[in-house]
Structures are given as C-alpha cells and as structure tokens.
Design a protein around this ligand. Structure first.
Ligand code: GLN
Length: 448
C-alpha cells in the first residue's frame, strides 16, 4: 500500500488520474490486514485497487466528476464495493471520469483532464479514463470502471490495458450513480487477462437491490485459464462495418495482424455484416440521454449535493443549483433526452431509437447463431490530442461507433492490447454471447 502511494506521488502530477486519495484510510486498512492475516478465499486482501468516482463509497467523497456532487460523501457502499470489502481489499482512491460518465476523453470532468501515460499530450479516453490511466501508469494493478456505451473498452484501448464490460445484469448496479440504466454495467480495467477474469468473478452475481442483476451462476473465470487454454476451432466473426470507412488504416492493420494470430492458432475467421451498426450512435445518444434526463432529476439541490446560494424560492433552488452544478455536456444530454421523451416527439425519437436497438440486437443474434465471438477494433483511432475533439460533440460521439452497439444489445465486450499504431496502443475488441465471458477470457488469454 505504501508503494502504491509512492507510485501515485511519482506519476499523478502528470497523469492526473486520481480525484481523491484514500491514503490514511488505506494505510489503516493495510495495517489491519497485516494484523489479521489473509484467509485463503480472500484474493484481493491487502491489495490497493482504484475505484471510478461514480461508484458510491461510504465515507469517501464521490463526485461523479461533477460540481453538483463536489461535497457528497455517501453513507453507504455500492454492492461491488461491499463485495470487495468482504475480501479486505484496499480502496486506493477515486478516479477521474467524464462528468456523470458522459464523454469519451475525461475532458468533461469538472475538476481535471487525465493525461494518457503513453503520451501526456493525448487523452486517456473515457469515461473511465482515470481508471485506465492509473492502471497503465502502474499506479494500481486494477481499477473499477463503468461502461454505458464504451467507457471501459475505449480507455482500455487507448491505454493498452485489459478492460471488460460484462453482460448487462452480470454485475449489480446498486450504488452506481446512474447514467443510462438499461445500458450501464460495471467492470474492471487491469494489466492482465487473468487478473481481470479473477476480479470479475468477485463482483458478479445477483443482488436483491438491483432487479436487473442476473441469478445466473457465476463461474470462476480465471480457473479455466492455464497452459491448455486454446482457441482451436473457435468461430470468430469479423463484421465488415468494424473494418470499414472511418476506421484508421493503421488501426485496421493491427487488428488484422491480431486476427491472423487467431487463425494461426486454429480459429476460423469469417467476415460477417452487422448492417445496423451505422444507426448505433444516433440511437444510443437518444436512448442514453433520455434515461440520463430522468436519472439526473434527483440532483435538485435539496437532498444532497451542492445547493445554489442566495436563492429566492424553491424554483430558484432547482434552476440555479442545476445551472451552476452541471457542466455543458451534461446539460446538452438532459436537453436532448427531455426533448426525445416529450409528448409529440416521443414516437419520432425515443420509440424509433428503441426499434433500432432491437434491430442491432437481432444483427448480433444472427451472427452468434454460427459464431462464438465477434472481433474488431474497440475504437476507430488511437488516443487523440487533448483539446482536438472537445468543441465538436458529433466528432466525439463518432468515436463510440464500435462500442455502443454492444451495450444496446446487452452483450459482454472487452478490449485487450493488440499492438501499436503511431506509437500508441490499439485495442482488439472481443464481443461474446450473453453470459459467455468465459469464451472471451479464453480467447484473450491466448493472445497475451
Ligand atoms: N462515450 C459514450 C458517451 O459519452 C459512452 C460513455 C459511457 O460508456 N459511460 O455516452
């Protein structure tokens, strides 16, 4: 634990991954673990791990990188944190993100922009950019992230780390500050596939407090990864839309080399089509913003969070607290979502987007009838320069074209380091059948 804080002290002035350090609490916890000893089933006892700051942590400030929650110290833990605490993990601190997880670069954080440790002039991706950068910089060996439309996979790709978004429902969302409730899922960013597999098993499983969490049995994913793990005969689908227009040539090259690797190990590679991919971004931004506009109603300056000063009446409390507390991107989404849900526009936007969502799910179902995995890039480019996309929301949204369909279909998706283009990491995205994270981990493991 001491070494972790030494690493953070050495790097984080440049990387800026952490919003809050839990140093005193962590050192105290570590001393307790030293005293108590470690039980055989406590895989993470005494290990400092990072937590994205939209995951609620008892007695540790939780801001979602928003001004409106800048004074919020929760009185309870998210289910994922409870599960890790039962294992005596050490919470190293809270990691930066785009405000309320809305964004793909951490530039939407109200507090700081995280820098990519591979090249400090570039973004770490987002919204779990703090989590990915902290792992890539060697500050912690693993960090929790969340993924609504790519927020684990895109930063994993940009930072050359392993990021898994499990199947929707695999992990409880209780205590996660909600963004798009039908899309949100918690997962890990790690350095190795095996660590990721191990940690995902630890946080998965049914939770009475999240009725969308699944009662399916949770496999011990890591126990199946060993020298005999192989991908012989595995049927891998490569959607032509994932290597088409808009994807950088040098990214394509890295992905094609990765596919060759699988072929050389005996996997069967097929080109397929997911024809509704092109509607994914438009439909995703309508659905996720609609859900966000509803979820963010609770930030009204009354119950918790920051309340505007010198207000005249109740309406003034709401209007001024929200106007002052939310950043531009969050306001843009609340407006877009409220509009899409409003009488007269609901059929044209929200319903239409929901229909597209069904088509996207059906595209995947068809491909999975005779394939085990889908593979392609996680993002169309490598990490770009800080500031280069921030004034153009549409350009920013287009970076999500290869990740949002996975959330819309509720599937598990991961990004693993596949190589480099322009001296920056490129992530191979692996998409699996619902609740078949095991096949994904197996395939990922043979690539390391
Ligand atoms: N970049 C996407 C967005 O801005 C995805 C975010 C996420 O997965 N939380 O909505």
């Amino acid at each position: 634990t001491k070494a972790t804080y030494e690493n953070i002290a050495a790097d984080d002035d440049d990387v800026k991954a952490f919003l809050t350090l839990n140093k005193d609490g962590a050192l105290k916890q570590a001393a307790e673990v030293d005293q108590q000893g470690i039980k055989a089933d406590q895989l993470v006892a005494g290990i400092p791990l990072g937590v994205k700051d939209n995951i609620v942590t008892k007695d540790i400030k939780t801001t979602a990188a928003s001004k409106i929650l800048s004074n919020f110290t929760p009185i309870y833990d998210a289910t994922v944190i409870e599960k890790l605490k039962a294992q005596n993990f050490i919470n190293a601190g809270k990691l930066n993100l785009d405000e309320f997880a809305m964004g793909g670069s951490t530039e939407n954080s109200a507090f700081q922009t995280t820098h990519n440790p591979w090249d400090l002039t570039r973004v770490p991706g987002g919204s779990s950019g703090g989590s990915a950068a902290a792992v890539a910089a060697g500050e912690v060996i693993a960090a929790l992230g969340t993924d609504t439309g790519g927020s684990i996979r895109l930063p994993a790709s940009y930072n050359g780390v392993v990021g898994m978004k499990p199947t929707y429902g695999r992990v409880s969302r209780w205590g996660i500050i909600a963004f798009g409730s039908s899309l949100d899922q918690v997962g890990w960013l790690t350095r190795s596939v095996k660590d990721n597999a191990q940690l995902t098993s630890l946080i998965s499983g049914h939770d009475d407090r999240d009725l969308t969490s699944s009662t399916k049995e949770v496999p011990n994913f890591a126990s199946q990864l060993n020298d005999d793990t192989n991908v012989k005969g595995l049927r891998i689908a490569v959607p032509k839309e994932y290597l088409g227009e808009g994807v950088d040539e040098n990214v394509k090259e890295v992905i094609q080399a990765a596919l060759k690797h699988y072929e050389s190990l005996g996997a069967i590679i097929d080109e397929v089509s997911l024809p509704n991919t092109k509607y994914g971004v438009a439909a995703y931004y309508i659905i996720s913003s609609s859900e966000a506009s509803s979820n963010l109603q609770r930030f009204d300056g009354i119950r918790y969070g920051v309340r505007a000063k010198d207000v005249e009446n109740l309406e003034d409390v709401y209007v001024r607290s929200r106007s002052e507390g939310f950043g531009d991107e969050v306001k843009r989404r609340i407006m877009l979502g409220t509009f899409s849900l409003s009488a007269g526009f609901y059929d044209a936007y929200f319903i239409k987007a929901s229909q597209i969502r069904t088509l996207i799910r059906q595209d995947f179902e068809k491909v999975f009838e005779d394939h085990d995995l889908v593979m392609g890039p996680a993002g169309p480019t490598v990490a770009y320069k800080i500031g280069s996309n921030i004034t153009d929301p549409k350009a920013m949204y287009m970076n999500d074209v290869l990740t949002v369909p996975v959330n819309m279909a509720g599937l598990p998706g991961m990004s693993i380091p596949a190589g480099f283009a322009d001296n920056m990491p490129v992530g191979l995205q692996i998409i699996g059948k619902p609740f078949d994270e095991q096949t994904m981990y197996n395939a990922a493991y043979t690539f390391e």
